[in-house]
Design a protein around this ligand. Structure first.
Ligand code: DON
Length: 305
């Protein structure tokens, strides 16, 4: 039997020398206060066991990993109709780029860049009476933590510095690809990004991606197996923005990153991995997080190819 615990502890040792590398995200002032040097990792197996190592009690905001949950809730409600408003192609540009959106008539390339997640939030906003409440309920059910909540300081800080995201939303509105009040949808989007959890909770929450759509914590069928296959394929091609190719090459798993330094990675039929370390590379992905996943893929032989 695989000794996950000792492999995770070896992973913590492996990344020690690079924990001061990279920079914390500073375009959101509340995130700029995070300290370098922190690292945590967890594995949630398909059979429901949780293993973790490093700063397991540290809480961080989910940031762009939330885009996976936003897409999940939207697919539950719209199915394939969602793809009329957002594409499925890698962007090859930064997560907050505006240029491509103008060239492509307000249809974002995919749901994992900011514009794509914001338009997906707009779609959800049309179907939910209390979007933040519904979103939190999903996280609470799937982590088993009924107290899980939003870091209000981070949400407020993001809202106060929303210029670029607001520009994308208004640009989409000018092209007719936005149905609700921009400011209200942005507030939901920032709250989704500012949901706060631990690394084990993050792994549990996204366990449905490696388990044919069934969350190993709640036992709920979150999405049908066919949509999980599609979602994982999109994560592989677009989950790490303009670094998706490099991540695919080094790690060989579908993944999604966030500017808090969180990353999830999926080995279908085996487990979901969550990792967190706030030092980011130039594209906004966790330096130690990617190195840890690369090490794990090697140790466990888990690259999907
Ligand atoms: O909207 C933003 O810019 C952030 N709340 C999320 C961006 C993010 O996490 C990109 N990931 N690498």
């Amino acid at each position: 039997m695989t000794d996950y615990q000792s492999i995770l502890e070896r992973t913590v040792q492996h990344v020690q020398p690079i924990l001061q590398h990279g920079k914390v995200a500073d375009y959101i002032p509340a995130l700029a206060e995070q300290q370098l040097g922190q690292f945590a990792i967890a594995i949630q197996t398909q059979t429901g066991e949780t293993y973790s190592a490093g700063a397991c009690d540290a809480k961080f905001t989910v940031q762009s990993v939330s885009k996976v949950m936003t897409l999940t809730l939207a697919l539950q409600r719209y199915g394939d109709d969602l793809w009329q408003r957002v594409g499925k192609e890698p962007s090859g540009t930064a997560f907050n780029s505006l240029t491509q959106l103008e060239f492509e008539n307000g249809i974002p390339r995919n749901p994992f860049i900011n514009a794509g997640a914001i338009v997906t939030c707009d779609a959800l906003y049309s179907r939910l009476s209390a979007p933040i409440h519904t979103m939190l309920e999903s996280y609470r059910l799937q982590t088993g933590n009924p107290k899980l909540g939003v870091n209000k300081v981070v949400a407020q800080s993001e809202y106060e510095h929303r210029y670029r995201n607001a520009a994308m939303a208004y640009l989409m509105k000018s092209f007719g690809n936005f149905n609700n009040e921009v400011e209200e949808v942005l507030w939901s989007y920032f709250n989704f990004c500012a949901i706060e959890l631990t690394v084990s909770e993050l792994a549990k929450c996204f366990s449905y991606l490696s388990n044919g759509g069934v969350c190993t914590q709640s036992q709920q069928q979150v999405l049908p197996a066919k949509q999980i296959k599609q979602l994982n394929s999109l994560l592989f091609t677009s989950g790490l923005y303009d670094a998706a190719g490099d991540f695919g090459y080094r790690v060989g798993m579908p993944g999604k990153s966030g500017v808090s330094g969180a990353i999830i990675a999926v080995v279908p039929g085996r487990f979901t991995i969550a990792v967190w370390s706030p030092g980011l590379d130039k594209v906004g992905n966790s330096v130690a997080g990617i190195a840890a996943l690369e090490f794990l893929a090697e140790e466990l032989g888990t690259a999907i190819f």
